[in-house]
Ligand binder design. Sequence first.
Ligand SMILES: Nc1nc2c(ncn2[C@@H]2O[C@H](COP(=O)(O)O[C@H]3[C@@H](O)[C@H](n4cnc5c(=O)[nH]c(N)nc54)O[C@@H]3COP(=O)(O)O)[C@@H](O)[C@H]2O)c(=O)[nH]1
Length: 742
Amino acid sequence: MLLLNHESIAMVNNNQRLNLSCDLDLYQAKTYLADGLANQASDCFFPQFCQLLAKLIDCHSVGVFCIENRKARNKTLRNIGYASTVDVSKQACLIGEPIPLTDTPFVSYPAFVQHVVTRYSTFAQLFVPSIDSVWSMPFFDAGQVVGYVSCQFNQLPKSADFLEQLLASFNSRIVYEFKLYEKNLLPHLVDLAFQHREGIVITDSQFNIVQVNEAFCHISGYRKEQLLTRSIDQFLPGLRAVYLRQPERKSTEYIRQRPNGQTYLQHEEIIAIEPSESQNKYYVIHCQSITHKQTPDDQIYKLAYCDELTGLVNRRKLLFDVDQAFRAAQGHARIGALLFIDLDHFKNINDSLGHSVGDWILQQVANRLRFIVRDSDILARLGGDEFVVLLSDLGDNPAAAEPQAAIVGKRIIEDISKPYLYHQQLLHLGASVGVSLFPGRGQSADDLLRQADTAMYQAKSAGRKALRFFEKGMQREADQRLRVYNQLREALSENQLRLYYQPQHLLKTGELMGAEALVRWQPPGKMLVGPHSFIHIAEESELIWDIGCWVLQEACKTFVKWQSEGLRLPEISVNISARQFAQEEFVDFITEVLDKTGMDAGYLNLEITESMLVSHVETTISKMNELKKLGIRFSIDDFGAGYSSLAYLKRLPVDELKVDRSFVRDIPHDRRNMAIVETIIAMAQHLGFSVTAEGVETHQQRDFLTHRGCLFYQGFLVSKPLSAEAMRHYMQEHLQRKLLRS
Ligand SMILES: Nc1nc2c(ncn2[C@@H]2O[C@H](COP(=O)(O)O[C@H]3[C@@H](O)[C@H](n4cnc5c(=O)[nH]c(N)nc54)O[C@@H]3COP(=O)(O)O)[C@@H](O)[C@H]2O)c(=O)[nH]1
């Protein structure tokens, strides 16, 4: 607003008072105005006031302005009354317009400015160029300026003193009308705003929804009663978190999901409103669905460069961006970082709750990541549960860049690990992050993704929810892993896998009670390779399914063959990995193998690990029950080394616990481990499970276990794992000894 600037203040301060004679009697003027306003309805008060005053003092025009957002830094003037003694059709309509007060203090005394039109071009746009000067005066409420009256003159006005005295006597009435105006205007504006085509949500200070408009219900697919009083986190997840973390970043695009599963792209803007110090804070969220607003060009761009599910940059665009960022960093001696993020346990959610929940989770993760990165960073989804954040400029000092990248990485892990609320159900995820800084010596843009991926793998191996920076040694390990993976694939197709069998005996009598099938890899011309060197690599990929299938078929085939040869073994145990068990078709697959091999399910025992049970207990129990109906038995392998939750243990249809080798190893030296073994045995007895001790190597260990009531054991004391042929001889000898004894 040009009326009240530094220059005008200077003029008043210089006592350049308007010294013009007054033709009007002050008393008459007051009466004239007071009569004219006496019965004036509130909504016409200010236009009428302006009209009367303009006529009275014979000026070009009069305007009344109230100050909006008085407490905010960016307060503005809104024109609420205007009248002119000349034809106003040629002038800009000011009523209701907020007028910006750029660089201008809100003065608290009358001000006068001459030659306004030539001095200020904006003013010329608002008023006819004939205006020469402007005089304005503030109105006060409890000592605070609440608005102004401004009078525009075609020529120098006659008396400012007169005007000042006249208007001062109307201060209370004008302030009263200001208040009425504000009170009446607000609901009217709210009504108008709520009829808007775009979605509006109002929340209280705790982000609970207090009002929504029809448009929001239409866009989001929720009914008003489903939304009111609920937290916005349920319907606009992530918005609150990003706002609280970065209040200056008011608007963002999100992928949202309707209750029917349909997704849409939405532009959301949040504004905090604090009506007064005594009143609570509110938030107004403006939502604009922009899915349909995209031009064909936008759509082509999105198809080519965006990930459809999350709206993030896709792999193709990321590779391009990485290349650009790498070159820019090289050219300007800056440092950047590429963060490779892989979700922990995502597959469990996908497998157990279905792909639509998996998709929902990926969208939530994308939204959470959006809050963390800055606009200048690049956020991409590579596919599956892999995301990438490219921080293109972390300064020019490598020592400072690394902690900065670590802060972002740790925040990513922290935010992704917070629970997700899906239809009253809390879902848990984690994230492992690998970081590669660039540009490095001998490094190319192509290396970046691979290096960060390698570091991410190290983070996963470190126990998940971890962050690792790429180091040169990691590359060697990654290359080795890839080599083993490729060779394993070949091993499967070239029939290089072998199955070994470790006998299991009854502790009390030494009776042969079963055997555990253990896989080995026999590369041509090389030493036999144990599962420790390759099972974990297989478990990271679909290869574990193929290997697991082979093991189960081979074990059943061999067992049936032994049976046909009269070698009767009470049971054969097969290890099942979590990834294998989680497959939807697992139960069907087992049934098929039993059918094909002619194996009686009553002889088959599946060894599963504790960790597998904790992540999705319900699905696990239901799968186990299906298999139990066929006659299959279950052991919990490595018991005591994992979570050992008694809460789920009593619900599981399990038959046996296998005490982890690490507890048996130190008998009789480690009293604590001995106490653990005793407790496991006692607990198993109470719950009706049998117990097998693994890794028994000495007579002392065997005696201890026997006296504590353990039923079965396996270990080098009695036999190492044997090839199928050696196991056949072992069974024959055992049978002969038994026959001799009887
Ligand atoms: N998913 C699958 N996992 C499998 C399969 N085959 C094996 N495995 C898992 O690999 C782990 C290592 O197995 P392995 O090297 O065969 O070791 C087993 C035994 O050799 C070893 N053992 C047995 N007795 C002793 C002993 O007295 N001393 C000693 N130092 N080691 C001994 O223990 C392993 C058996 O362990 P467990 O399975 O826990 O009963 C192993 O964890 C296997 O689970 C497969 O086909 N699928």
